[in-house]
Design a binder for this molecule. Structure first.
Ligand code: THU
Length: 143
């Protein structure tokens, strides 16, 4: 599949304009491209109880699962900040969230603070993911 990097970055930037970030005033958008071709975007949603804040990447991914089901695969991710001069790499928690649905070579596009922008792979952002393959699986008899 060809990946429209500029289009995905634009979708993320559009989502940033919807961010609810009255506390940090740091307005983030994210867009994920699914293996099926759909693009799903999200923004950060803060809370007066600060730790309940949802990052843009997590909002986009939760929305993608809600719309397209648990089998989604993410083939590219873009992150944007409403202010294009601010660098904005995905936080550690978001890297792990992306890893749940993406392969190592998944490209991630994010603002570098210059007009150029940064791009790298998920493997470069998260060299050692926590992997569900080490989990014991559900208890016998559990739902
Ligand atoms: N934020 C994101 O949405 N994504 C990230 O990867 C980093 C941080 C948000 C969370 C919070 O609303 C604001 O940026 C400042 O941390």
């Amino acid at each position: 599949m060809t990946i429209d990097e500029d289009g995905l970055r634009r979708a993320a930037a559009a989502a940033a304009s919807q961010a609810y970030a009255p506390y940090s005033r740091f307005y983030v958008g994210a867009a994920v491209l699914l293996a099926t071709g759909e693009v799903v975007a999200g923004c950060n949603v803060e809370n007066a109880s600060y730790r309940l804040t949802c990052c843009a990447e997590q909002t986009a991914i939760a929305r993608a699962v809600a719309e397209f089901g648990p089998g989604i695969r993410i083939v590219a991710v873009a992150v944007a900040n409403l202010d294009p001069t601010i660098a904005c790499a995905p936080c550690g928690a978001c890297r792990q969230t992306i890893a749940e649905f993406a392969d190592w070579d998944c490209p991630v596009f994010f603002p570098s603070g210059t007009m150029e922008g940064s791009r790298c792979t998920l493997a470069e952002l998260l060299p050692s993911r926590f992997d569900a393959s080490v989990l014991p699986g559900p208890l016998e008899g559990a739902a």
